[in-house]
Design a protein around this ligand. Structure first.
Ligand code: FAD
Ligand code: SF4
Length: 283
């Protein structure tokens, strides 16, 4: 199953205009975090902010809706998010923590949950929101896309960064400039070429844009907790939903991309194994 185990697949969007103004897609991540904070399901969360507005993702502990919203939007470089979990539980003293993470980070978190010596941190995680992820770029590569390939003076001139419809997009002064995805190949982090998970299969709730119309998100609820938190946020009127089979392009595109990533990266793993190069240990 290319999408992993899930309970429900829906197209969804936040109903909060403050979130939609700044969110990457349908604002599902921010809406769920704000709801979980308001309901006391979590006392805080680790997200990826960019405090210097330079697109460098910095793990940030947030404890209020305003802070959640300030950290909305995708930064396409690696955020060492898990490094801030200890800070959240120790310095902030949070007993119930949310985390927004890429599929590879969730693999690390689920593994940590199985090891007793990390339980004082990971047992406090009450909500894992996973974001779909095809690849991730070093900051230097994002700089190259902006300046050498798209003619920006600086990456910091961009007000939005996105990947979609076959292109890497930067927005400046309300105008979108696109770079064909094939021109970004070779710049991604090397580990992304052997990564098998597109849709955050180990999250409580996973979300991304693929499958839904612009401004909406495709949501997969996976665990009992994730499913009930998502449904409660919908019942509270903070999220609106549509059945996936009523939206275009729908789940078939998500399945195609998830399977495509597994197939392509299986081939790369086999190539690396033949060369005697190291592969991740997965058990
Ligand atoms: C590297 C990367 C690649 C992605 N590739 C795809 C893709 O191929 N297809 C797809 O459908 N979706 C992809 N996404 C997810 C998509 O860009 C959105 O993040 C997702 O749809 C959530 O949007 P939202 O409006 O619900 O979130 P928002 O409400 O805007 O909140 C976004 C949340 O993500 C956090 N965040 C931002 N950057 C990072 C980061 N680098 N690491 C961890 N957390 C971060 C923010 O702090 C914030 O909490 C990717 C995301 C990343 C980070
Ligand atoms: S593609 Fe995989 S390894 Fe690369 S950042 Fe995304 S989840 Fe992590």
């Amino acid at each position: 199953m290319p999408l992993g185990t899930y309970k429900e697949a829906l197209s969804a969007r936040s109903t909060d205009s403050k979130i939609l103004e700044v969110s990457q897609d349908g604002g599902i991540v921010s809406a769920l975090l704000c709801f979980a904070l308001d309901e006391g399901i979590i006392e805080g969360a680790v997200v990826a902010g960019t405090p210097d507005d330079d697109w460098r993702p910095i793990p940030t502990v947030v404890t209020s809706s305003d802070e959640v919203i300030a950290a909305a939007g995708t930064k396409y470089s690696m955020s060492p998010t898990l490094s801030a979990l200890k800070e959240a539980t120790r310095q902030y003293g949070l007993e119930k923590v949310g985390v927004v993470a890429t599929p590879c980070q969730l693999q690390g978190l689920r593994k940590a949950q199985a090891y007793p010596f990390t339980r004082f941190v990971v047992n406090k995680i009450k909500l894992m929101i996973g974001i779909y992820c095809m690849e991730n770029f070093p900051m230097a590569s994002l700089d190259t896309f902006a300046t050498s390939k798209l003619g920006f003076d600086s990456l910091t001139d961009a007000t939005k960064m996105d990947i979609g419809k076959g292109k890497f997009w930067l927005t400046k002064d309300g105008e979108d400039s696109g770079l064909a995805i094939k021109e970004t190949h070779g710049y991604e982090q090397a580990g992304c070429n052997i990564c098998m998970d597109y849709v955050a299969e180990l999250a409580d709730v996973s979300t991304g844009s693929v499958g839904s119309p612009d401004g909406w998100s495709t949501v997969l609820t996976r665990t009992d907790d994730g499913d009930s938190i998502f449904k409660a946020a919908v019942s509270a009127g903070l999220i609106e939903t549509k059945p996936m089979d009523e939206v275009k392009p729908g789940l078939p595109l998500l399945e195609k991309l998830a399977k495509g990533k597994k197939d392509k990266n299986t081939a790369e793993r086999e190539r690396r194994a033949k060369l005697g190069l190291p592969l991740p240990v997965e058990s």
